[in-house]
Every structure is written in structure tokens, then in C-alpha cells.
Design a protein around this ligand. Structure first.
Ligand code: 13P
Length: 265
């Protein structure tokens, strides 16, 4: 696997039983086995992470989790710790997805605590940010930088550089939505990269990926934009052939050059 290449992944959200996940991951593994020039991941629900470990061990697809509790252990009924996820071989852990902010009122402070827990266990946080409504891109940049500042409070520069930031405009996610325009995605990613490189951001080198209604027809155009270091796919990836098509678009763009030459200025 490349160290900091393009990153293409999916969260299956609250879809697929463990039996369905077994079939899905078995098929996916075969379909993407030749995609070696970009990093791939799948985040199943907690109930299927062991299935991912069985189906994906030794493959070019990493696995991870969609959420985590900030504490190490203890009386937190129904929750799952970072140690438990690390023990299952998780490489990535998503924090702060818009659906969790919406359904559970997750604050930036809580998301910062979750991010720290993931880092403590040497996994890679995928920190989701995104504006709630489609205003102009300058307003979107201001919004996501506020979220990032809050969600990274108390996290060192070295740790920030290991992050993946997922720009997921809330209005572009889910059934009935449409992806953000590639110009807007490029503008917001440029704003995030610039902040990460600044003394305030202190996370130069972190990858910034886009999520929100990505499908095989839009993946190539989005990946072609400077500063787009990968894609985070929801619905479309529930069809393994579609995930494979998006991964192949990643492979094609990865071969265009190292990530540094694609960075937004
Ligand atoms: P959709 O691709 O279904 O819009 O979901 C995107 C997402 O939330 C990925 O985390």
C-alpha cells in the first residue's frame, strides 16, 4: 500500500448484515485486487468488522469503523472503544460524520476526544466536516475551518499530519442529494489544505478527501481537481462493481503523479 497516495473508501453505514457483508467483501476483494496504486478502505458497522478482518486480511483493502467512544474502557453501555477496534485490525476510524452530529448531537469537543482516542491507538482518524447548507464556497471554508479548529483542539501537529479530513457537505449527502460541483470541492479543499499548512492548522500532509453523492460517473472529474486526495463513498459503493469502478478511477489518477504535485496551492 502506498504511504500517502489517493485514498478511496466507503462506509456502508447501517447497511448489510454480517452474512451480507461476507458476500459483499468477498466480491469486492476480487474486483479491486489490481488497484494497487491507491489506498482503499471499507468501514462496516461494528457487527461486521470481524467479517472484514476475515475477508480482507492480506488484501489491498483496509478496514475500519464508523465511530468510537473517547474513553479507554468502562461503564458505557452499547459503546465500543478504540482499543477494541485496534484489536480487530482497524486501520481507519471515522469520527464526526454528519449523520452522527445530526442523530446524536455530537459536538466538536466530543469529536476531538474521539479523534485523540483513535490516535492513541495508532489508527488513522477520518474526521468529517461539512457545511449544512449550500451557500458560497467562502462561507463553506469558514464553516469547515471552525469545525476543524474545534475538532482538533489539543491534538499535536505530528498527529494532525496523520489525519484524513473528509469534506462532506451535509446538503450533498444521502438519498435525493447531488454531489457538490467540482469547482466548489476544489475551492474548499484548497482552503482546508492552506489552513493545515498554516501555523494554526499545523497538519501539513494530512489527506483531504471528498464525500457526498459520489458515483462512478462523477469520481474521475472530482479526482482530477487539485487538492482532492481521495473520495469517501456512501450509497454508490453498496454495489461492489460501482466501488470497484470508483477505485479504478483513483488508480488512473494516482498514476498521474505523486500527491505533492496534485496539491492545491
Ligand atoms: P452518499 O455517497 O450516500 O451521499 O454518502 C456519503 C457519505 O456520507 C460518506 O461518508
Amino acid at each position: 500500500m502506498s504511504v500517502a497516495g489517493l485514498l478511496i473508501g466507503t462506509s456502508t453505514k447501517m447497511n448489510l448484515t454480517s452474512s451480507e457483508a461476507e458476500r459483499y467483501l468477498g466480491t469486492l476483494r476480487q474486483l479491486v485486487e489490481d488497484v494497487v496504486d491507491c489506498d482503499l478502505f471499507v468501514l462496516p458497522p461494528f457487527t461486521s468488522i470481524w467479517v472484514a478482518r476475515e475477508q480482507l486480511a492480506g488484501s489491498n483493502v483496509a478496514w475500519g469503523a464508523q465511530d468510537v467512544h473517547p474513553d479507554e474502557a468502562g461503564a458505557h453501555t452499547g459503546d465500543v472503544s478504540a482499543a477494541m477496534l485496534a484489536d480487530l485490525g482497524c486501520r481507519y476510524v471515522e469520527v464526526g460524520h454528519a449523520e452522527r452530529r445530526r442523530d446524536y448531537g455530537e459536538s466538536d469537543a466530543l469529536i476531538a476526544a474521539k479523534t485523540k482516542a483513535v490516535l492513541r491507538h495508532r489508527m488513522i482518524p477520518i474526521l468529517c466536516v461539512g457545511e449544512p447548507t449550500e451557500g458560497d464556497s467562502e462561507a463553506a471554508v469558514r464553516f469547515v475551518l471552525r469545525q476543524l479548529g474545534g475538532s482538533l483542539a489539543g491534538i499535536s501537529g505530528a498527529d494532525r499530519s496523520r489525519l484524513v479530513v473528509a469534506y462532506e457537505p451535509v446538503w450533498a449527502i444521502g438519498a435525493g442529494a447531488r454531489p457538490a460541483h467540482p469547482d466548489r470541492v476544489a475551492a474548499v479543499h484548497a482552503g482546508i489544505h492552506a489552513w493545515l499548512r498554516s501555523p494554526d492548522g499545523g497538519g501539513a500532509g494530512a489527506r483531504v478527501i471528498y464525500g457526498g453523492s459520489v458515483d462512478p460517473s462523477t469520481a474521475g472529474t472530482l479526482l482530477a481537481r487539485a487538492g482532492v486526495d481521495g473520495l469517501f463513498v456512501g450509497r454508490a459503493a453498496l454495489d461492489p462493481a460501482h466501488f470497484a469502478a470508483i477505485a479504478r478511477a483513483g488508480q488512473e489518477h494516482a498514476r498521474l503523479g505523486p500527491i505533492g504535485s496534485r496539491m492545491a496551492s
